[in-house]
Design a protein around this ligand. Sequence first.
Ligand code: FEO
Length: 424
Amino acid sequence: MRPAGLSDAAVELAPGVHWVGALDPHLRSFDIILKTANGTSYNSYVVRGETGVAVIDTVKENYADVFFRRLESVARYDEITTIVLNHLEPDHSGALPELLRRAPLAKVYLSTRAQMMLKALLKPPMSELPDYTPVTTGDEVDLGGRTLRFLHTPYLHWPDTQCTYLVEDGVLFSGDVFGCHFCDARLFNDLAGDFRFSFEYYYQHIMRPFREHVLDALALIEPLRLELIAPAHGPLLRHGPRDYVLRYRELATPRLCNEARREKTLVIFYLSAYGNTRRMAEAIAAGAERLAGVRVSLYDLEGGEADGFTDLVEEADGLAIGSPTINADAVKPVWDLLSSLTSVSIKGKLGVAFGSYGWSGEAVRLIEDRLRGLKLRVPVDGLRVKLVPDDHELDACRALGQDVARHLTGTVEHRAIDLSELVG
Ligand code: FEO
């Protein structure tokens, strides 16, 4: 539905609780990387208590005018006692400087990690910081008969992010969590068009790299009574709000069935022009499988798509990548795979590189550099073989696989250094 169907008045969600956000129907990409076929919305909220009025988040700067018109339809600026910043990304903080100017009595509440961002955001022309209080899980603001309680939910999807729960009404102002880029003037999920694709797409691109943090946040959110989830983008979730919480739980839960994580998993990807890197991959797999408690999967990158392989990496504990060197580089499907890994949580996984080469063999070092750049552990030097691996070199591949498996299972033999040997 076109946003023309919405007046510039606030929309009541419950008595004294209003949406005062803005619709941006013509946006077609967000943060450069996200496609937004339906545009988006910047949801902002006002909560009125007996002794105070709170504004929760603002909007993108160029939508400030409509935000202030909607805000003025339900509150005077001198009534605003509280400004809650669930997230300081500019799509939610764009109107903040002007709001602070218009509502000088308001105290700002934000997460502890948002403090430095606030300082960076309010550079001149603002001469001084507003009166702000850093908050964390369990901290509350009393608005008089209405209580805002904060939930510390970092990295969803910035370090500063938090959620705010309106206790008496069971309303969760969730920031980007449970949001999506879907512009619909009907506002509520039971009235809006079918936004399932946008919801899933948003999770995959925004929340998925922070899966562990999603699970931490869900542990705080799931016990709450939820009458309404009011996210910072997209439809307001008043029909079956818990369904969206459950969906996040499903999306963030590891899917690989491996005996309750008693096994470690190693995925080996390779490409091979003449079968040499393939033989190395098979020998590395055989070496790794010698250790109990390691499950190995072997994939030829020529036979699949990077997106599907990304799912495998997300569930794996270790990742081995083999590439021949062609024109002093690893081959393109390897780079495609590596670039896709920014969309999943991989920090701390183990990585190793290997490959056959004809002349100079740069691919292995380049892959290792990239693995380190992605914050994987690379505890074992990669293995390069000139052209065809002979029996001795295949033994070295098996030893490499075994070494990787030992690192995965925590059974590396640490060599004791006798300091006296170092003297002289
Ligand atoms: Fe909607 Fe992360 O800003």
